[in-house]
Design a protein. Structure first.
Length: 111
């Protein structure tokens, strides 16, 4: 993880850090929030929103309380031209959220 962070901050080469984060993500039982979140950031910044969405949803499943992850998911859904999902991820609170995305695959709750 730290190697991926250092390489990305120094050289800004997504092709070098994606394998590092993917490797880190695979080897923690129950998910690895930091690896998946950083992977989502790199995919988003390298214009790969579909892969960013997958990585960020895995990160969200591990730590749903992280506001940064929800905000980044809204950005990714905007790139994917899915305005309803953008609005959903930006809403706060379980009762104020939209019904369409309160449940994620695997039965994880959005809010």
């Amino acid at each position: 993880m730290l190697l991926g962070n250092a390489v990305y901050k120094r050289y800004y080469k997504p092709e070098q850090v994606i394998p590092i984060y993917e490797h880190a993500s695979k080897f923690r039982v129950g998910g690895y929030y930091d690896a998946d979140f950083n992977l989502g950031i790199v995919y988003n910044e390298s214009n790969q929103p579909a892969k960013a969405k997958d990585a960020l949803l895995r990160a969200f499943a591990v730590k749903p309380e992280q506001v940064e992850c929800r905000y980044l998911l809204a950005q990714v859904y905007a790139k994917l031209n899915q305005p309803d999902s953008v609005e959903c991820w930006l809403k706060k609170g379980r009762d104020k959220g939209c019904k369409c995305c309160r449940l994620l695959p695997g039965g994880h709750r959005l809010w």
